[in-house]
Design a binder for this molecule. Sequence first.
Ligand SMILES: O=C(O)C1=C[C@@H](OP(=O)(O)O)[C@@H](O)[C@H](O)C1
Ligand SMILES: C=C(OP(=O)(O)O)C(=O)O
Length: 430
Amino acid sequence: MDIFVEGKVRVDGQIIPPPDKSISHRSIMIGSIAEGTTVVRKFLFADDCLRTVDCFRKMGVEIEFKDQDTVIVKGKGLRGLKKPETELYAGNSGTTMRLLLGILAGQNFEAVLTGDESLSKRPMKRVVQPLRMMGAKIEGKDDGNYAPLIVRGGQLKGISYSLPVASAQVKSALLFAGLYADGETVIYEKPKTRDHTEIMLKHFGANVVMGDGFVKITPAEKLSASQITVPGDISSAAFFMVAAAINEGSQLLIRDVGINPTRTGIIDILKQMGCDIKIMDERIWGGEKVADILIKGGRLRGITIEREIVPRLIDEIPIIAVACTFAEGQSVVKDAKELRVKESDRIKAIVYNLRNLGAEVEELEDGFVITGGKPLKPAELDSFNDHRIAMAMAVAAISIDGRSKIKNADCVAISFPNFFQMLKSVCKQI
Ligand SMILES: O=C(O)C1=C[C@@H](OP(=O)(O)O)[C@@H](O)[C@H](O)C1
Ligand SMILES: C=C(OP(=O)(O)O)C(=O)O
């Protein structure tokens, strides 16, 4: 479905962003292999997380939806999952496929994992290779790099492994496999990636040690069911932060946002760009930091993003690119080659769309250079069927006089089903 977006606006009011996608996935996975009933409040009912629910239901886990926002997971214990009778379909969700590989590696049955057209082109070898070192048997196209993947789990042994790509999905898959392995599994990472798996596993009683540059897990006899309240997703809030930041006169309060330090690169960058942003009322929900964020619109300046901050804002780069387009001066994003293997080639998608709007953008192999502050015009934009591209371009479009079109914008349902309604609710036409 195509959507038309009208600018120019001021952004005003308050919102609560949708619940965190990464944490919602993990709550189903960990709840399913724990013993007892896990209650997940503020679960994200979006397409990607529903794929995870579906996969675990196919392995015999009873998962019930209650009221508007609660999920009840009747855990089967570490060894209680059953062989699925059909393929496990992960849809568009890299998190579902990669984390599930780690859990399946420890089961004593065979399962087949499939995905949609985009996911079937995303590299899986990064997970498959270390899982093979642990003893899992995994087959798939191009020596196991692409789905469909056939996983034959079994007796695993612990390994010590340095992540060759900064990826929380790879780290999480290995932590899950480590729950089933003989001996300890140690994962070294530099730079640090999101640590929601470690936090939640600890919360459920796993033997996890989080150190400086490493995580260590030793197999647990069991995980115990728990209660989770999922914080708001900072990656979804980011679209609204930038919408307020680049439109002068805006003032937006974003409540209940997860501010785990492995995810807050967007806040650091907006501050460095000169944005008036305040973090208020910090608190903890289930081991995860949460706060309210107040942002005022004004003038921004260009920025350089590189090296270790990149994993702390990897999913926010499309919307940061929009902020850079409206900022004064040059911005550079590099060391972000991972963007080429997300739901779309996000570097290509960013460059194509921003150029359509009249921006000056140079494409780099691992990022881009934007010369901000150029006059912009409404245009026909393309989501490339990627939720984050659709939402980033909607924010650009509300900030330019006139009417833009976004092709295939319904993909926002992957992480943020009510994105356009929420955006409309805070946009005041000027
Ligand atoms: O672990 C997770 O929940 C995620 C990790 C990141 O991917 P990588 O691990 O591939 O960097 C991120 O881009 C994705 O949206 C969610
Ligand atoms: C990359 C993303 O998710 P996934 O890897 O789970 O498809 C994302 O949500 O931006």
